[in-house]
Design a protein around this ligand. Structure first.
Ligand SMILES: [Zn+2]
Length: 312
């Protein structure tokens, strides 16, 4: 495999990068590739989810800065590059009916504005591969759904020299994947492993109420040796994760044995997606200059396209 191919991972909030694809990113960094995390929002409307930090006045006084500091710590653990797209967290509207989204939030920004911001970043970093969320957001938070919409609009626009001409020279990412680590099959495997160990599984209710349809996983990246880094990055987001919660209930050694991969769904690609793919860079030229030439050559044809409408 070639060195220094470039991977961009687009996420909605700081901490999403550490729970979705983090071990894969750490592996690619260690193998000499460049990895950039883009956080669309600053996570301004997040709550303190760690019971040990709930009433910390220092944290409550400036949660926004605390989350910036946490992201910097996670970035250092994973060894990735990081940039803020600069939009404001929409918050998760709760209630029946849900309240309207707050004015000025990411999910209410005009798509042309948010898309241009990401196009600028794509043309600057020049990723060969981009990851984002599926059309349902992977999780029904308005920022996760918008993260998908912006990512898909931007990967197409970035390669079009007519689109956003002031945002830099055209660059076509060659493959786009959706994070699909949170599959029913994986949670079931953990549930069964815990039960077999005679331990209480926290997943019973989650599985009983599972309503999301199964997705097509095209690509499984073996990254079990990086699970420790993934967990350390997640814990760096100290306000956002309960260290005694369900995240850490499955012993790492069990995870490494039962489900040693992080999983992805190829959504759009200009190179073929092979059956049983195990590498996000598979199918690309092994020489970086050749891959760069492909991304700027302007004579590309889509050969894999499973983009679909959002389910209502
Ligand atoms: Zn999020």
């Amino acid at each position: 495999m070639s060195d220094r191919l470039r991977l961009m991972c687009v996420h909605a909030h700081p901490d999403d990068e550490s729970s979705k694809g983090a071990a894969t990113m750490a592996r690619y960094v260690d193998e000499g590739h460049e990895v950039l995390v883009v956080s669309c929002t600053g996570g301004e409307r997040g709550e303190v989810l760690n019971p040990r930090l709930k009433n910390d006045v220092h944290i409550l006084r400036d949660l926004v800065q605390v989350r910036r500091d946490e992201m910097a710590a996670a970035r250092a653990v994973l060894g990735v590059q990081h940039t803020w797209l600069g939009f404001v967290d929409s918050g998760l509207p709760e209630g029946d009916p849900p309240p309207p989204l707050p004015e000025g939030c990411f999910a209410l920004e005009p798509l042309a504005v948010t898309t241009e911001a990401l196009v600028r970043e794509i043309r600057r970093f020049r990723p060969h591969v981009v990851t984002t969320y599926d059309e349902n957001g992977g999780y029904p938070h308005p920022d996760h759904i918008m993260c998908h919409d912006v990512s898909m609009a931007a990967v197409v626009a970035a390669g079009d020299p007519q689109a956003f001409p002031h945002a830099g020279p055209a660059w076509q990412p060659l493959k786009v994947y959706y994070n699909q680590t949170f599959s029913r099959a994986r949670i079931e495997a953990f549930h069964e492993a815990l039960t077999a160990l005679g331990e209480e599984s926290p997943y019973h209710e989650w599985l009983e109420n599972w309503s999301r349809p199964d997705r097509t996983v095209t690509t499984r990246v073996e990254c079990s040796a990086w699970f420790e880094r993934r967990d350390a990055a997640l814990l760096a987001h100290a306000t956002q994760i309960d260290p005694d919660g369900t995240w850490f209930r499955v012993p790492r050694a069990v995870q490494q044995e039962v489900w040693p991969t992080e999983d992805f769904e190829a959504a759009l690609s200009f190179v073929p997606i092979a059956e049983g793919e195990d590498d996000l860079f598979a199918g690309l030229p092994t020489d970086v200059a050749a891959a760069d030439a492909l991304a700027t050559g302007g004579s590309l044809t889509i050969v894999h396209d499973t983009r679909t409408e959002r389910t209502p």
